[in-house]
Design a binder for this molecule. Sequence first.
Ligand code: UD1
Ligand code: UDP
Length: 381
Amino acid sequence: MIKVMTVFGTRPEAIKMAPVILELDRHSEFESIVAVTAQHREMLDQVLRLFDIRPDFDLDIMSADQTLFDITTKALTGLDRVLTAAQPDIVLVHGDTTTTFVGALAAFYHQIAVGHVEAGLRTLNKYSPFPEEMNRRLTGALADLNFAPTATARENLLREGVAREKIFVTGNTVIDALHRTVRSDFVFEDALLKAIDYRRKKIILVTTHRRENLGEPMRNVYEALKQIAEEFSDVEIIFPVHKNPKVREIVDAVLGGLAQVHLIDPLDYEPFANLMSRAEIILTDSGGVQEEAPALGKPVLVLRDTTERPEAVGAGTVKLIGTDRSRVYDETRRLLIDRTEYDRMASAVNPYGDGRAAQRIVRALLRHYRLTDAPFEEFQS
Ligand code: UD1
Ligand code: UDP
């Protein structure tokens, strides 16, 4: 059996790696070993519960107000021990977090092959998003197999000199996870979410967490949202606030105590995905949400100056608006009052996947280890 170790640590990595782990479990050719750094704790554990994943190794590294140095050093020494104990044939990492980069580095130090899931996303701006752009480039430099979600991501890798035969266009596993999770008859357990009249109210769903948005940029966004809430009585702003205390402090200071603004804890993935499907507009600086919302036909205003996910911007469902207060206010207001503009942005598109990305990744692994002759059929958007 080929030993495949998945290494991840944060909420989005867990959501996007879960379909791969479930697919590996369906193949007796592979022994699936799961190692989590737990760079996130509660936000990671809710995903593990939902997909019924029990890690074989848990480094439990998270600390309050952790720095990049804390995460990097703790994960690297912890993974050294894990790799020594488990001796996998290949390590799979996902995306662009510090766990991702360190997982690839630790595997390289042990001369173990690296597979990079969600490879090839680029802004080409070293500091935006920070530190994710460098995390994914450094991971790319260490990767032996690159699972690129889209043709654009493959082009980025080819431009950097990655050999074509090492790149597999698979679609993004986030769409696999979404397909398993969103249901039209979903009933919220949470009393607030259950009580909302989704036909009468316009739900604006908000998430923010990017390190480069901490401080003034976030404050500007929240000021704009406050103005929107004051102006539109049919709007309910639902804001599951990231656990980072640096985010919470600013959110509470600007938006605390407003009747139409619901500041809640991060939602578990299942209610969150189902809430996205009932929202009117989504404002976010998240990467994953930029991929999910277009598949649900929801307009997304991205609170960033750059994006490594240009496909949905091209399709018109996502708009990059930055964090300037008046721009955030104007763009949100426009979607609330201009039906034509709203409808233009609200058509469902699927540039990121068709729900079969994990199958393609596992097929590519089977082929890599010469365990199948079945052809690899790449994702076509
Ligand atoms: C991290 C990733 C980012 C990813 C994001 C997804 C890095 C450097 N950043 O950013 O790429 O987009 O996760 O959400 O890899 N906390 C808790 N409980 C949790 C999770 C976080 O209390 O379950 C708090 C802790 O105080 C922690 C802080 O949030 O110190 C920040 O977490 P961290 O992983 O460093 O940064 P994120 O902004 O979450
Ligand atoms: N998400 C969630 N609960 C929330 C907010 C987001 O489950 O309260 C999910 C969301 O559906 C997406 C992922 O978390 O799949 C995105 O994570 P995040 O925005 O933290 O990170 P990023 O994608 O920016 O790396």
